[in-house]
Structure formats: C-alpha cells, structure tokens
Design a protein around this ligand. Structure first.
Ligand code: PRX
Length: 641
C-alpha cells in the first residue's frame, strides 16, 4: 500500500527550485550511481576540500578496517578556517554566541582563525605534540571550539567530555586516553547555576594520573584553587604566544578525535575518528542535507560534548563556511521561549535540535513560540532518537510555520556523519521516518541470519559498505571494535538499531535493540548504570532497563537487591539515585529505584532484562518465561493489583 499524497509533506516548490538536489528522481539517480561507484562519489566530494597533497587511492578496505584517501595530506582546521580567508567570508561571522546569562559575542572567520592559531601555540608551549591526546571539558563557549580546532591544527587528538559528566567519568576517560593536558573553565552556566567544571577536574586528578597541565579559561570568575605548576590560565597563556601557526599537513588517516560513548558493557568506548574521511563525510552531508546557503544562520543546539556537536556545530558547518549560532545554556532559561527569542533576534534560518527538546516545548505550551517572529526559519532538523509523529507535526506547524521541511537525521557517534536522512528539496516527508540513505550509504535491514527482510518486517539495521566518516576502531581496542560492530551480522556493520522499511522503501528506525538506553537523546549503557549502582556499599546486585517516557523518550528504572541486613528505605532509594548521578552525571540518574529480593535470571545466570523491561513498562509479563530459573522472583517483582 502506498501513502496517499495528502499524507506526504512534499518539498515546497520554491525550496526545490533553489536546492542542490531538486527532485526525488534526481536523488534516486545520484544515489544509485553513488552505490555503484562509491569511490567516485566520495572522491568528488573530497575534491571540494583543500588538500595539501592529493590522495593516491580513495579506499583501502580490509574488513573491518577501512582507510580513506590514502596518501593524501590535509588539515581539518585549515579547511574550516584558512580556506575561507581569501574571499568575502573573511569578515563573515563564523560564530554568533550567547551565554546563558545573556552576554553576546561574534567571531568572524578571521578572528576565529587568529584565536585558533594563538591557542595552537599555547598547546605547543605546554608540550603538546602531534598525536598527543588533549581532554576538553568546557561549557558551550567559543573557546571549546577554539580548543578543538587548535588540536586539529597541530595534529593533537582531542577528546571532548560533556560538561554534565562527573569527575569519575573524567577519570575513566583519562585512564583510557592517557591525556597529558586538560582544557577546562572555572565553570559554566546551566539554568542559572554554575557548573563547577574546574572543581570536577580537581576531583578527577586526585590520585595518580597522566595529566601534566590544566589550562583554565576564566568564564565566571568562580573562586577556584589553582595548583601551582599544574594549572595555568588560558588568558595569560594567550598573551605569551605569537599568532602565527601554520597548519600541520596530516595524513588523511591521522586521528582527529576520540569521543567516548556508551556501549553494552560497563565501560564507555573511545570511538576513534580520523581526518580526511571524517571531514569529507561531515562537509558533504552538511552541504546537501541542510542545503546550506552563504546567507544562512545555522543553529545546531547540541553541546560539543556529543558527536552532533563535533560534526554539526563545528566541523560540518565551518568547513562549509557557515555562520553558526551557539548558545551555552538551557532552553527554558530564564523562560521557556529562549530559543524562539534567539531565532527572532539572530534571524536563524536552519534549526537542528532533538525530539526530546521538541517534546518539552510542546509541554511548555504553544504560546511561547507564538510570541516570536520565526519567519526567518526555512529548514528544520532533528537527531538523537526516533521522533514521534505528533512531535513532528507540532514542530512542523508551530516552529516551521508549515513551510519548513524537517530533516529527521539518523546517525551515531560511530558513523561520524548523518547516514539516513531526507534531502530538503527532494524527499517527500512522512512524520516519524528518517526516509532514505544518503549518497554512498548502503543501508539494509536483515534478520538474525543476515538475510535481508521483506519490506514491512522489523529487523536489524546494518551497513554493507564502508563510508568515509566511519569510526576506524575503538581506541586501543581493535578486538572490541571487531566484536562489537562486525560480528553480529557477517560482513556488515551492525548499528545496534532495529528498523523496518515501508512499501515505498522509507526506513523507519525504532531504536536500540541492544542494552543501550537512549535518555533524552543521550546514549547510556544499562551496564554502565549497573556498575555505578553496584559500586555502592549497600548494593548486592542491580539491573537497569529503560521504559518509555513521554518527555525523555526513555526513562531509567533500576532493580536493586541490597546486601543482607541493609534496610530498603526511601532514604536509600534517594541516595542511590544521587550516587549514580555522582558516578556518571545527572543524565544517568534513575527515574525509579525498585528494591527486590532477587533478579529474574535464566538457568545459566543471565539477568532477563526483557522481563524487567516489561515489568517496568506495563507491570506485566507476557513473553516467554520458560528459561526463568525461579518463578517466585517474578511474582515478587510484579506489583499487586
Ligand atoms: O538509536 C539510534 C538513535 O541514537 C543512536 C546513536 O546515539 P549517539 O551515538 O549518541 O548519537 C546520537 C546523535 C547522532 C542510534 O543508534 N538515533 C539517532 N538519530 C536517530 C535515532 N533513532 C531514530 N531516528 C533518528 N533520527
């Protein structure tokens, strides 16, 4: 059955007329061509970037290890900055920034370039060399971007840690990356509160570690201790260096960054991205999917601590020479119309945000956006989780004024760039589907045996061919990389997501089918939260599952058994929730802690999460329980009517 035309949101004709890809037939033709000859497509895209030395071979594929643009030399910062300085973009705003308390700053490409060169020299002055890892733990301020680009300029490998993560999370990432330098700020602002970033760094650095230097940006004059010999002030260092810093020509496969993300074990994985292929992927997708124009004011609301911030706040838009808006704080500070006020004030044309934010906007009320002139917007985007059709429709009507196409973009930390998404001038939209694969992306849906399923049947979403912005490995753990992504379905990259295709070939992604939770668009491993709980002295065992949550997409429910003799009081429940927040960060705080005498396990001792998920969601169990070891456990877990 095909979708009746009245339920499709066709690209507005005026939009298509100006767009790079202006009809669905054109998309299909180019897509087929790109799948037949992916190297040709990607070489064309890469050719639009500035290479110090052109590559000899586009792809070397020894599954599961790919190398792209072999022999090529390129610098990402040069492509994001220097390349734009020879023409009118020189004095164009690269970053329009607003702090939560309301300060405003503009950095032109020329100014941003200068700051990046200065900070590159600061890094060098503090002993950072090509290949060294640099941890960045900052608020969403221009200096976070400056620090990232400075690393890219000299060939250091950045690892940005989201400012909402705890000292323990910093410690864990430090132990894995063995970074010698941390770049941080005294504090950041969130909902009127100061986030004590430097204090968290100090806590993380108690005990032994690899860090030699902490560079501290002064954001809010918080009263913080300075450790002589270890800590230096950003502003002082910047005064001590020259603004000359040539970009280092780097091998296309030189590591650009490590970004830690949650998987199915207790320990986050360091996803490693490299230079030439990554830049080609984010450059090309930003150009086509947002159909960027010179005059756009582009706003991706993600924090640079997440992959969306790396690819679509920093590298994708800046390599395209765009003007990017950045906002430090919460969307409802001081009132729930902060975003709409900023869109009107800056004349934002493209807004890229998360379904969880959209659901909050709906809850806060239509009158907040209605107060502001949002007519500058021409394109909307979402990312992070499936968007429910009601939220899609609300976004389309109340924010997009029924005229802006919505790009529902599917991708992952591992994929580096958007892989499944509509193209705004070409794809007829249906609320709730990310539609079709991007050029060169061979996506398929398969069953447990790896056979492609029929349209309409749910299966595993896989990718059958490598793509330039794919992760290259898990940092220092090739074995885990192979096992995690390339062993589930033979010859394919397994995404961890379930999906089906409708009769018209649209991809509908339902979300994770592994033990990864998606809370407010943020990824968390069940095992990671469980490890945090088990570390508490009162806890004997814990199992963590997700349950549907109206605002956050998924909420966290923890089933906990306590050690003998420990009373299961409301105070302990509260303490455990706080404890997880301390161990990981407040995004991981369970919504509910349920005490239980035992956990349902299979005869081989595996916790039956599926049962717990059902209990957490509906209070009932309907699925197969034949492998359950002790039926009594189940009866205790199900609340009485
Ligand atoms: O489950 C998918 C969901 O987010 C996961 C990736 O999370 P992360 O690596 O943190 O990256 C998020 C931002 C790129 C995916 O495995 N996801 C992301 N976008 C969508 C989505 N699910 C459905 N539709 C989307 N558009």
């Amino acid at each position: 059955m095909t979708t009746p035309a009245k339920y499709l949101f066709k690209p507005p004709p005026q939009f298509s007329k100006r767009a790079r890809i202006s009809s669905f037939a054109e998309y299909q033709r180019l897509y087929e061509e790109s799948i037949r000859k992916p190297s040709q497509f990607w070489a064309r895209e890469a050719g639009e970037l500035l290479w110090e030395k052109r590559w000899k071979k586009v792809l070397d594929w020894k599954p599961p290890f790919a190398q792209w643009f072999i022999g090529g030399k390129i610098n990402v910062a040069e492509n994001c900055l220097d390349r734009h300085l020879n023409g009118p973009r020189k004095n164009k705003a690269a970053i329009l920034w607003e702090g939560e308390p309301g300060e405003k700053r503009t950095l032109t490409y020329q100014q941003l370039h200068r700051q990046v060169c200065l900070f590159s020299n600061v890094l060098k002055r503090n002993g950072v060399k090509k290949g060294h890892r640099v941890l960045i733990y900052m608020p969403l301020i221009p200096e976070a971007v400056i620090a990232m680009l400075a690393c890219a300029r000299i060939g250091a490998v950045h690892s940005v840690i989201f400012g909402g993560f705890s000292a323990a999370s910093i410690q864990e990432r430090l132990a894995d990356s063995k970074a010698k330098i941390i770049v941080t700020a005294d504090g950041g602002y969130r909902r009127g509160q100061i986030i004590p970033l430097k204090r968290n760094v100090d806590h993380a650095l108690q005990g032994s570690h690899s860090v030699r230097r902490v560079i501290v940006f002064r954001r809010n004059y918080a009263d913080i201790p300075i450790h002589e010999g270890r800590d230096v002030w950003w502003h002082r260092e910047m005064e001590a260096v020259q603004a000359e810093c040539p970009a280092e020509p780097l091998d296309s496969e030189h590591p650009l960054f490590i970004l830690y993300t949650s998987g199915s074990t207790g320990k986050p994985k360091g996803i490693l991205h490299t230079t030439g292929g990554y830049l080609t992927g984010v450059y090309s997708t930003t150009k086509y999917i947002f159909d960027l124009r010179e005059e756009d004011v582009y706003w991706c609301t993600a924090d640079v601590g997440w992959i969306a911030g790396h690819s679509y706040v920093v590298y994708g838009p800046l390599s395209n020479g765009a003007t990017c808006l950045m906002y430090e704080g919460a969307p409802n500070w001081p009132e729930p119309d902060r975003f709409w006020k900023m869109i009107a004030e800056y004349g934002v044309t493209i807004l890229y945000t998360a379904p969880t934010a959209i659901r909050s906007f709906i809850k806060w009320g239509d009158h907040w956006p209605a107060r502001h002139d949002l007519s500058s917007l021409r394109l909307l985007g979402t990312v992070g989780e499936p968007i429910n059709p009601e939220a899609w429709r609300w976004y389309h009507h109340h924010i997009g004024g029924d005229r802006c196409p919505i790009m529902d973009t599917w991708w992952q930390t591992e994929t580096g760039a958007i892989l499944i998404s509509p193209l705004p001038g070409a794809t007829p939209l249906k609320p709730g589907t990310a539609t079709f694969p991007f050029f060169g992306i061979d996506a398929a849906i398969v069953d447990d045996e790896g056979r492609e399923v029929l349209d309409g049947t749910e299966g595993k979403l896989v990718l059958r061919q490598p793509w330039p912005s794919m992760l290259r490995t898990i940092y220092e753990d090739k074995k885990r990389y192979k096992k995690q992504y390339w062993s589930e379905v033979k010859g394919c990259y397994f995404t961890g997501d379930g999906a089906h295709r409708d009769p018209e070939g649209y991809f509908w992604i339902s979300g994770r089918i592994d033990d990864v939770l998606n809370v407010a668009g943020h990824r968390l491993g069940s095992a990671e939260v469980e490890s945090a709980l088990i570390a508490h002295p009162s806890v004997a065992e814990a199992a963590v599952v997700g349950r549907p949550d109206e605002l956050k997409g998924q909420g966290i429910v923890a089933f906990v058994t306590v050690r003998t003799g420990i009373p299961t009081t409301p105070a302990l429940r509260k303490e455990l929730r706080e404890y997880v927040a301390q161990q990981i960060g407040s995004i991981a705080k369970p919504d509910e802690v349920r005490f239980t005498e035992a956990l349902p396990k299979t005869r081989s001792g595996k916790i039956m999460r599926r049962l717990l998920k059902e209990i957490a969601t509906s209070g009932q169990v309907t699925g197969d329980i034949t492998t359950l070891e002790d039926f009594n456990v189940l009866t205790q877990l199900i609340p009485e009517e």
